[in-house]
Design a protein around this ligand. Structure first.
Ligand SMILES: [Zn+2]
Length: 258
């Protein structure tokens, strides 16, 4: 299992720090929205930053990349269909990212929906999915369609159940409040609420999640289940004949859920 640690940034972002198994000083980071907390960690633990992996163009995910490159000489990988504030090796679906200094390699998955060119990184039983999949939730549809986002989430849900899911934000508690309403009676959601409440009260991140857990509790991966479909139809006041229609209704419901 690769060693991945959160570096909290802003109010609820996580920058993920990936360590090499062979050289404990060699690291990469995913989605450094802010350079300062990464630089602090590099100094305090005497680490060497070799690579930056960006999932999408939003500033809270790439805003710190330029300063980190200037300070460390790290190489940047990012979505080929989006413009980043720093030069990067452009990636798209099925590309491979080799990090020789860390002796690690990741595959790239196209996951449009939150943004048009959003990508995710998968390897070593770990998924770095930015703002596409959250624990018990998913990203808002800023640039893509419900159909695109559902296909992206389906692709992530097809990864092995043991896959650890490293999301871009600590949104789990709020997402679970919605999940419990979207799918009342789901005992896995109730169990997960208890666990996450305890972890957050202890000051711990709720992440990583796993694909297996998300398939049981995440309403956005459960558009095809009868109970989520019924809740969405009840809210819409009409029948929703396709999984995309159910997903679109659940997504717009969550957008205004308090
Ligand atoms: Zn975003």
């Amino acid at each position: 299992m690769i060693d991945v640690a959160p570096i909290p940034a802003f109010r609820d972002n996580y920058i993920w720090l990936i360590r090499s198994a062979n050289d404990p000083r060699a690291v990469a980071v995913v989605d450094p929205g802010d350079a300062a907390p990464v630089l602090e960690r590099l100094v305090s633990e005497d680490l060497r930053l070799h690579a930056i992996l960006a999932t999408h163009h939003h500033a809270d995910h790439v805003g710190g990349a330029r300063r980190l490159v200037e300070a460390t000489g790290a190489v940047v990988f990012g979505p080929g269909r989006e413009r980043l504030p720093v030069a990067c090796t452009p990636l798209g679906g099925n590309d491979r990212v080799k990090l020789p200094a860390l002796d690690l390699e990741f595959g790239v998955i196209d996951v449009p929906g939150h943004t048009a060119g959003h990508i995710a990184y998968y390897g070593h039983d770990a998924l770095f999915c930015g703002d596409t999949l959250f624990s018990a939730g998913c990203g808002r549809l800023f640039e893509g369609t419900a159909r695109q986002m559902l296909a992206s989430l389906d692709a992530l849900a097809s990864l092995p159940d043991t896959t650890r899911v490293f999301c871009g934000h600590e949104y789990t508690e709020a997402n679970l409040r919605f999940a419990a309403v979207a799918e009342p009676g789901n005992a896995d959601i109730a169990d997960y609420v208890r666990k996450v409440t305890e972890m957050r009260a202890a000051g711990l991140p709720s992440l990583p999640s796993t694909i297996g857990l998300e398939k049981r509790v995440n309403p956005f991966l459960r558009s095809r289940t009868e109970n989520v479909k019924l809740s969405a139809e009840c809210r819409a006041g009409r029948l929703l004949p396709t999984p995309v229609a159910v997903f679109a209704e659940v997504r717009s419901w969550k957008d205004t859920f308090q």
